[in-house]
Design a protein around this ligand. Structure first.
Ligand code: PRP
Length: 216
């Protein structure tokens, strides 16, 4: 698979550890949620590199003045969790991006056709220019859901080059679709698993993330 899309798998022991916890079928729901929170935190931290807008300033230390770099509070920041499972990554993402606005997007796949349908859309009619958007969804499988989400975002003025996707397990069909439509996009994932089975599950994957987060 040759991609223009940039897909980063950060080689970080904390990301590897929490991925292993999430993969383990014996992990109970309460610990699975912790794993998602931690993965949300560290993947957002990685995604923030060269993405968070900064401004140069001067601060007064107790002894002297010093040049300083601060987050630019004037650039709009948004997090778009794809419900339900994307909610699992949200709390960790918010610890890194406390000022971001949260826009929920509820998508569910039909179990037979694997086509997503939207049951909740809290996106604004138009995003302000230059908005940085972080999309959270732990699973990118066939890619139907993330493509639907990206279409909703770009229709509302979001620039794919200013968008980052964080996910836990990404599969080639989803990455190929994103690449073909949004080559400037950047994805941060804990791992890439090669196979999506006929039921739309990533193999080995981690099962149904939404079911495991919420125990339903
Ligand atoms: C899962 C997952 C992704 C989507 C990935 O959600 O969380 O959103 O499927 O599959 P795709 O790439 O083939 O579209 P699901 O529809 O099961 O809803 P849930 O989050 O409510 O469990």
């Amino acid at each position: 698979m040759t991609l223009q899309l940039r897909v980063y798998v950060p080689p970080h022991p904390l990301i590897k550890h929490w991925l292993a916890v999430a993969r383990d079928a014996a992990t109970p729901s309460v610990l699975f949620r912790s794993a998602m929170t931690e993965l949300g935190r560290w993947l957002t931290y990685e995604a923030a590199r060269e993405w968070l807008p900064t401004q140069e300033a001067t601060v007064q230390t107790p002894l002297d003045s010093s040049p300083a770099t601060l987050i630019d509070p004037t650039v709009p920041m948004a997090v778009v969790p794809i419900l339900r499972a994307g909610l699992g990554l949200l709390e960790g993402a918010q610890t890194v991006l406390p000022l971001a606005s949260i826009y929920h997007l509820g998508l569910v796949r039909d179990e037979k056709t694997l086509q997503p349908s939207c049951y909740l859309n809290k996106l604004p009619e138009k995003f302000p220019p230059q908005t940085r958007v972080l999309v959270t969804d732990p699973m990118l499988a066939t890619g139907g859901s993330i493509m639907n989400a990206m279409a909703e975002l770009t229709q509302r003025g979001v620039d794919p080059a200013l968008t980052r996707i964080i996910c836990v397990v990404a599969a080639p069909p989803a990455l190929q679709k994103l690449n073909d439509a949004f080559p400037g996009l950047i994805v941060y994932t804990a791992t890439i698993d090669e196979t999506v089975n006929n039921q739309g599950f990533i193999i080995p994957g981690l099962g149904d993330a939404g079911d495991r987060i919420f125990g339903t």
